[in-house]
Design a protein around this ligand. Structure first.
Ligand SMILES: N[C@@H](CCC(=O)N[C@@H](CS)C(=O)NCC(=O)O)C(=O)O
Length: 121
């Protein structure tokens, strides 16, 4: 079972790499503005999770520089996700707000919709 999951994971990564979306190119001022908005965001994810791949492809398509945190292999990141986010499920988008509060958003489709709305994509 572990081997089948490993093979499927590699296949997902290969297909993703072969059909990688084209990243949008912005002028440097526009990219800097969007980078400032995404600097407070990070995404908890697994490298071979298909739902995480779906979000990562959107990040690439829209040239969004959002830090990726490995909630599978990094025990500290995994514990943080469960303790603060409430669930061990990925993908999860974390946003550290200026007032010190932290917003956790699960569900790949909701994350994509949220990014499009917040960043006017
Ligand atoms: N409906 C969710 C499904 C996410 C999901 O099932 N993620 C799996 C990984 S592919 C997960 O976090 N499983 C929990 C675990 O492995 O502990 C979405 O679209 O984001």
């Amino acid at each position: 079972m572990k081997l089948i999951r490993w093979i499927l994971g590699r296949l997902i990564l290969i297909v993703d790499a072969l059909a990688s979306p084209k990243a949008i190119a912005r002028d440097s001022a526009a990219q800097m503005e969007i980078d400032q908005m995404t600097a407070s965001m990070s995404m908890y994810q697994f490298s071979t999770c298909p739902f995480c791949v779906k979000v990562r492809r959107e990040l690439k398509r829209h040239s969004l520089n959002i830090e990726l945190r490995d909630a599978k292999n990094d025990a500290e990141v995994k514990a943080e996700l469960v303790r603060e986010g409430g669930r061990h499920m990925v993908p999860c988008l974390r946003t550290d707000k200026p007032d010190g509060t932290v917003h956790w958003l699960y569900e790949s489709s909701d994350i994509i919709a949220h990014l499009k709305k917040e960043l006017s994509l």
